[in-house]
Design a protein around this ligand. Sequence first.
Ligand code: ARG
Length: 265
Amino acid sequence: MKFTKILALVLAVVMCFGILAACGTKPAEDPANDANETADAPANDAKVFKMGTNAAFPPYEYKEGEEFVGIDVEIATAIAEKLGGTLEVVDMEFDSIITAVNQGEVDFGMAGMTVTDERLLEVNFSSSYATGVQSVIVAEGSEIASLDDLAGKKIGVQLGTTGDIYATDDYGAEFVTQYGKGADAVIALKGGDVDAVIIDNEPAKAFVAENEGLTILDTDYAVEDYAIAVKKDNTDLLDDINAALEALTADGTIDSIIAKYIKAE
Ligand code: ARG
């Protein structure tokens, strides 16, 4: 009798310590440990992570009614949850995103954004979560059949994108027309205002699928890495994002999000 009482007491003490230890080992800054806090049940102090993006870039970010959807939106939501918070999407012009990151208007930029040496002078990038390829869209039956044929032709691009930068470098600014959205460049192509559009391959496929009479040239203009842009001095967040990305890659979350939006051919 006495022995069982002592045993019960010892067990109770051990359990108390166990609970204390469990609480003590869940530091807020450990992203990998926050699996319990989901968007449905955020902690009181849950952080709202603001993502700067340009939601006109299917399948990475676009709007379905009032809702923001796409690969980047879902990956960012998963990252925010891993970090014990929730995601807020802040929609803006693509060429404003890096400024918004550096002015602290958003916590990070995620917009199918390519890592480039020039951008690395302004922001840090996370590890890459996807690959993009610059593609060329032309009208069906166009005389443009290769990259060389683009010389002297009118090229439409989205302002401030790598497609814009490469087209300007390779073919000359006077031949390049910049549009606020990729979709507007595609409308210009349909209307005959430009002869070709240079844009990332997955949005290119989405735009061609939505518009009759367009086709994508069988050429890869440039292969690129997409990553998340973070303010240079915000290395804690960069580390947290990279840890979350690593965990979400390891458990298959990233692959399944990408597979949901990009069907294998
Ligand atoms: N990958 C290209 C770049 O980084 C285009 C990205 C455009 N993204 C967007 N959400 N509009 O320049």
